[in-house]
Design a protein around this ligand. Structure first.
Ligand SMILES: Cc1cc2nc3c(=O)[nH]c(=O)nc-3n(C[C@H](O)[C@H](O)[C@H](O)COP(=O)(O)OP(=O)(O)OC[C@H]3O[C@@H](n4cnc5c(N)ncnc54)[C@H](O)[C@@H]3O)c2cc1C
Length: 419
């Protein structure tokens, strides 16, 4: 009797994309494949563990699909199709089906109700084990060689003998290490060079840094030289500026900011959208009329500007500490308004935010079939997650692209195994 060949599926990388790909394959192949995750580290899902400040921002809830893809500085066009097949709603549905209660915060970010990423890790590892996916840690894949029959041989750790593989899913995450790039080169795939995305700005300004800890709910930051701007919450830190607005603009300009070695000018509008020069002048005039004897420094006349920031701005604009509103000159009033809406800072470097960090750059998307996530160059080779040239803003978008691309690749591999 001829024994039936059980296809061997290897997923390289035990992160979000690798697990989702393996589970999607197992759900569809119903035991008719030998599915293995090979993870180089000692632990699986390490980024899920530390994500979202330990809470794991699983995805983002947003009704408007076009607006959703707008949150990917790289990959917005490419993700339209894949997201129509596995959307954020599908992700929420899947986690609920598999026992993870989720909640959506007022800004659209979705977290487990437990507020701990361990719930997501337990769900993914329990589901994988239940579906008989073999989980192998401390297994680094160093080399891939394609065979003539569209299968592969892969070399793991220092083992001399290769492992034979029918279907391969590369889900090795951001390609910042030389070994990740070597692996792609070994199979003939090109990639765009990796640079960091989602970082904060270092600013050498003691008077600003004295305000560390202060936050504004909606400020506007622009980099005129690159023609990019962004509006959102801003945080003053002990090294410069951070918060969603800064992370977003760092992602939008990721590649160009690397080219200028992270030294560039920014303009901050502390008041955010909707404030013209005239409108602020009116507030200042009315304050001068109402509170002429009060010290200018004492209290901000604008509820959007905290008193400590106001104090710094008016001193920088040229007021004296004791100066009252009735003593305010036209010239200083103009300086105050200018600083409120167009204050300039010199960024002297980047600091990676502890909370969020992704790689811009990866496998060229022109070489990936977006209907299946299969390589256009090598049959039976698939990609998922951050290894590709796709990255999103903060808010759950990076995990969503890992779930979506992992899911699509896993489903297609299952179809191949059954065919
Ligand atoms: C601190 C931090 C917080 C974050 N928080 C969020 C968040 O809340 N929400 C969100 O959407 N995104 C967040 N992100 C981004 C998100 O974590 C990543 O985009 C996502 O993890 C990418 O998943 P992935 O599976 O593609 O890659 P990874 O999670 O990086 O997994 C790849 C795995 O492959 C393994 N590997 C690499 N090379 C090999 C090899 N040769 N052989 C075997 N194994 C290999 C690696 O060890 C790794 O475990 C955060 C990122 C960081 C750093």
């Amino acid at each position: 009797m001829i024994s039936e060949h059980i296809p061997r599926v290897i997923i390289i990388g035990g992160g979000a994309a690798g697990f989702f790909g393996a589970i999607a394959c197992a759900e569809n192949v119903k035991g008719k494949a030998d599915i293995n995750i090979l993870e180089s580290g000692s632990h699986f899902l390490t980024k899920v563990k530390i994500s979202g400040g330990g809470r794991c921002n699983v995805t983002h809830e947003m009704e408007d699909k076009i607006n959703f893809v707008g949150h990917y500085p790289r990959g917005k066009r490419e993700l339209i199709g894949p997201l129509s097949r596995w959307s954020q709603e599908d992700t929420v549905w899947w986690f609920k089906e598999n026992g993870v209660e989720l909640k959506t915060e007022s800004d659209g970010r979705v977290f487990p109700v437990s507020d701990t990423s361990q719930t997501v890790i337990n769900c993914l590892t329990d589901t994988a084990e239940e579906k008989k996916i073999r989980l192998n840690n401390k297994c680094r894949v160093n080399r891939i060689v394609k065979s003539d029959d569209d299968s592969f041989r892969i070399w793991v750790n220092k083992q001399k003998d290769p492992i034979a593989v029918d279907y391969l899913l590369i889900a090795t995450g951001g390609i910042r290490s030389a070994s990740s790039r070597n692996l792609l080169e070994s199979i003939g795939h090109e990639f765009s060079s990796p640079v960091p995305s989602l970082f904060t700005f270092e600013i050498d300004d003691n008077k600003l840094i004295e305000l560390s800890g202060l936050s504004l709910s909606s400020a506007c930051v622009s980099i005129k030289s690159l023609g990019i701007r962004s509006t959102g919450p801003l945080l003053i830190t002990h090294w410069g500026l951070s918060g969603p607005v800064v992370l977003k603009i760092s992602a939008l300009g990721a590649r160009k900011l690397e080219q200028v070695n992270y030294q560039f000018k920014i303009q901050v509008n502390w008041l955010g959208e909707g404030w013209s020069f005239q409108k602020i002048r009116k507030v200042i005039e009315s304050e001068r009329n109402k509170n002429g004897v009060r010290k200018i420094l004492k209290k901000s006349p604008l509820k959007e500007i905290p008193n400590r920031l106001w104090g710094r701005i008016v001193l920088k604009a040229g007021t004296e500490e004791e100066q009252t509103w009735s003593e305010l000159t036209k010239e200083i009033a103009t300086n105050i308004v200018d600083l409120l809406i167009t204050e300039e800072f010199l960024v002297s470097g980047k600091s990676l935010n502890k909370e969020e960090f992704v790689t811009c750059g990866g496998v060229l998307m022109r070489d990936v079939d977006l209907r299946t996530m299969e390589s256009r160059l090598v049959r039976n080779l698939f990609f998922a997650g951050e290894v590709m040239d796709i990255d999103g803003l903060t808010g759950g978008f990076n995990f969503q692209s890992a779930w979506t691309t992992g899911r699509i690749a896993g489903e297609e591999i299952a179809l191949r195994c059954l065919s």
